[in-house]
Design a protein around this ligand. Structure first.
Ligand SMILES: NC(=O)c1ccc[n+]([C@@H]2O[C@H](COP(=O)([O-])OP(=O)(O)OC[C@H]3O[C@@H](n4cnc5c(N)ncnc54)[C@H](O)[C@@H]3O)[C@@H](O)[C@H]2O)c1
Ligand SMILES: O=c1ccn([C@@H]2O[C@H](COP(=O)(O)OP(=O)(O)O[C@H]3O[C@H](CO)[C@@H](O)[C@H](O)[C@H]3O)[C@@H](O)[C@H]2O)c(=O)[nH]1
Length: 430
């Protein structure tokens, strides 16, 4: 089929390249010239394993990019993969979605055939029906359910494994309100369902699809926070939290995934999505106490880590290495990285900070242009008084003699990744 994807960031680029690989003709529409040029030159604009190869293979053939919304006119369906960040109060900021819906509507005014518009972005329940659909109607002069249909297809991919997650999903959720829309979605997803070995396809309403996405993320974020709460209790008793969490993960009802205790969850999704659904629930008069507690536990973990450092010394004038800048291994994304909170606090305390990350240095430089950046973990440790390990990159597990180059050998491990050894003042956060 002919597909258009509006927004070409982590999700838009990944799904465009994957849909092209699955046999569709895909055009990405983005307002960012640099992203469009990069895609048309056959280069992925973001770092994701396997994405470069897909973009290189399909660019100029089944995959192209443009800043011109008119490209939508040659397609059967449009996915909206726009950012849905937080307002200051945590509620969802729909400005990019609204702008794109209006531009899409103006374009669709020129289309004679029916069209399907699918919300891919994470949006609070009722957004597609009450905000997106009406905007497109207003700008196009057309009517939902007649000249065009709306649908919602939440995305569950993780950064760092985006291509693999999209191509091998645990489930595909299709929210629609007409048979015609379900039929078109079936056609779009048929090649993925076949390649992925028949994963469950959940057909549901549009608002249910929107809520499934929040429920999924809220559950996973809360699971990590519960693991952190339990690990903090373990620490009070001198009990090894890893052994405890590994053991409870063996219970099939609990499962071992997302029990990794430590510095907590960051990234572009869990923080904003928990905040958005909490704000949306409050706006309807419900206080989500458990979810708020999960957020509170998460906010405390970086503070606990800094306390462990300050138990050793006042950071003022000390050189502190922050190892790992991305919000998790396998990505260059630093959005809501725990490292940002650590660095902010260290700078406020008057420390001299050196950061290191295998791929995220340039993105972190945009936040902190004035700290030092090392080109290797070994370099970051030279003459450092302390090292704070913020991300569980595999290479940190192999660090050993490199610690000997530190001035004071204080290592606070936020991810239980460094191998304990003699000669270090090592403490794990959990
Ligand atoms: N990043 C993830 O791992 C992930 C996973 C699942 C769902 N999501 C959800 O998907 C959505 C997109 O997330 P993302 O991480 O890909 O965002 P992103 O910020 O990486 O990319 C968004 C893109 O949209 C473009 N854009 C902004 N306004 C536009 C407009 N009016 N017209 C055309 N393009 C425009 C931007 O230039 C950018 O390239 C969000 O709702 C997010 O919550 C993200
Ligand atoms: O056991 C764990 C697992 C993860 N994390 C942290 O949790 C955050 C999120 O990790 P992960 O979920 O792997 O990455 P994301 O790319 O943010 O993916 C989440 O957010 C996406 C956007 O909504 C969803 O599509 C995915 O399903 C959901 O896993 C990171 O800071 C991790 O370090 C832990 O602390 N412990």
């Amino acid at each position: 089929m002919e597909l258009s994807i509006i927004g070409s960031g982590y999700v838009g680029t990944t799904i465009a390249a994957c849909f092209a690989d699955l046999g569709h003709d895909v055009v990405n529409v983005d307002i960012d010239d640099a992203i469009v040029d990069s895609l048309n030159a056959g280069q992925a604009p973001i770092h994701e394993p396997g994405l470069d190869e897909l973009v290189e293979t399909h660019a100029g053939d089944r995959l192209r990019a443009t800043t011109d919304y008119d490209a939508v006119l040659d397609t059967d369906a449009t996915f909206l993969a726009l950012p849905t960040p937080s307002n200051d109060d945590g509620s969802i900021d729909l400005s990019a979605m609204k702008a794109a819906a209006s531009s899409l509507g103006e374009t669709l005014a020129q289309k004679d055939d029916a069209h399907l518009v699918v919300t891919k972005s994470t949006v609070v329940p009722t957004t597609t029906v009450e905000v997106i659909g009406p905007r497109i109607e207003e700008a196009s002069g057309k009517t939902v359910g007649e000249e065009f249909d709306i649908a919602m297809n939440p995305e569950f991919l993780r950064e760092g494994t985006a291509v693999e997650d999209f191509l091998s999903p645990d489930k595909i959720v299709l929210g629609a309100q007409s048979e015609r829309a379900y039929e078109q979605l079936d056609e779009i997803f048929a090649s993925l369902v076949e390649r992925a070995g028949d994963p469950p396809v959940v057909k549901t309403g549009i608002s249910e699809a929107e809520m499934i996405k929040y429920a999924n993320n809220a559950f996973l974020a809360s699971k990590i926070s519960l693991a952190n709460d339990l690990a903090n209790i373990c620490k009070e008793f001198g009990v090894d939290s890893e052994e405890v969490l590994d053991a409870i993960g063996l219970d099939a009802r609990i499962g071992s995934a997302f029990l990794g205790a430590g510095l907590g969850w960051g990234g572009s999704c869990f923080p904003k999505d928990t905040a958005a659904i909490i704000a949306a629930a409050r706006a309807r008069g419900y206080e989500p106490r458990l979810l708020q507690a999960a957020v509170d536990v998460n906010d405390e973990q970086p503070k606990r880590m800094l306390e462990l450092l300050e138990d050793r010394f006042d950071p003022e004038g000390k050189r502190v290495a922050v190892l790992g800048l991305s919000f998790k291994p396998g990505t260059d994304d630093v959005r809501n990285s725990r490292a940002i909170l650590l660095i902010d606090h260290l700078l406020d305390a008057g420390a001299d900070v050196v950061g290191y990350d295998p791929v995220a240095t340039e993105n972190m430089r945009a936040h902190f242009p004035n700290i030092d950046y090392a080109t290797s973990a070994a370099d970051a440790l030279v003459d450092a008084d302390a090292a704070l390990v913020a991300t569980d990159w595999d290479e940190f597990a192999a660090l050993d003699a490199q610690f000997d180059e530190m001035r004071e050998r204080v290592v606070i491990d936020g991810r239980r990744i460094v191998t304990r050894r003699d000669g270090l003042d090592y403490e794990s956060l959990v």
